[in-house]
Design a protein around this ligand. Structure first.
Ligand code: HEC
Length: 180
């Protein structure tokens, strides 16, 4: 008889009708500061997480940034070009000729020339940045050095990067594989 009563009490305790919680709560703090996480099947907890849109690089923006980097590198290298190259490679240069400008015309920017879009490489080569024996400035070969040379190198890299990134689309010339 005793056993039956105990079973009946246990059954009642475990039943859903009981208003008193019978299972001890693991939290020892009588006033929990944080609400326990709702159970998985709580309908209010099933709202799908808002996935952030993956940031797609905007091609126009990428090109604009490449051009901006090139322009800023050009602005820094400009005094070096002016001091060392302008006399032969700008229209108003003292010893400038059309022939010299056909190779490299720095009268306006972007630079002109038969192979304007290859000028990054050509200029690197002409002043010896790529390890070549410098051929420019024509009258003072190899005279551009140190920081000045570094500024030209930085410009040439930015120019080539912008070109490779399609930021020069629309500029003609220089896409053939001509050799000088
Ligand atoms: C005293 C005149 C003079 C100066 C200064 C000068 N150049 Fe030239 N440049 C020339 C001539 C002449 C040519 C044509 C060379 C040839 O046909 O072999 C040329 C050609 C070039 C070419 C075409 C590729 C080549 O090597 O033939 C590039 C690039 C070039 N110059 C870059 C420069 C740069 C960069 C500077 C300044 C650091 C510079 N030049 C300064 C006279 C000059």
């Amino acid at each position: 008889m005793k056993t039956v009563i105990i079973v009946a009490i246990l059954a009642a305790a475990c039943g859903s009708g009981s208003s008193k919680p019978t299972t001890p709560v693991a939290n020892p703090d009588p006033v929990p500061m944080v609400e326990p996480a709702p159970p998985k099947d709580d309908p209010t907890a099933t709202a799908p997480p808002i996935e952030p849109e993956p940031a797609k690089p905007d091609p126009a923006k990428v090109k604009a940034e490449l051009l901006a980097a090139e322009t800023s590198a050009y602005e820094k290298a400009k005094p070096v070009f002016e001091a060392n190259c302008a006399r032969c490679h700008t229209k108003s240069g003292k010893t400038s000729t059309q022939k010299k400008r056909d190779h490299f015309d720095m009268t306006t920017y972007p630079f002109g020339g038969h192979h304007a879009m290859e000028l990054g490489k050509q200029i690197r080569k002409s002043v010896g940045i790529d390890g070549s024996k410098p051929t420019m400035p024509y009258d003072k070969k190899g005279s551009v050095k140190g920081d000045d040379l570094a500024l030209i190198a930085t410009w040439a890299d930015a120019f080539d990067k912008a070109h490779a990134g399609g930021a020069h689309d629309g500029h003609g010339g220089g896409h053939g594989d001509h050799k000088h």
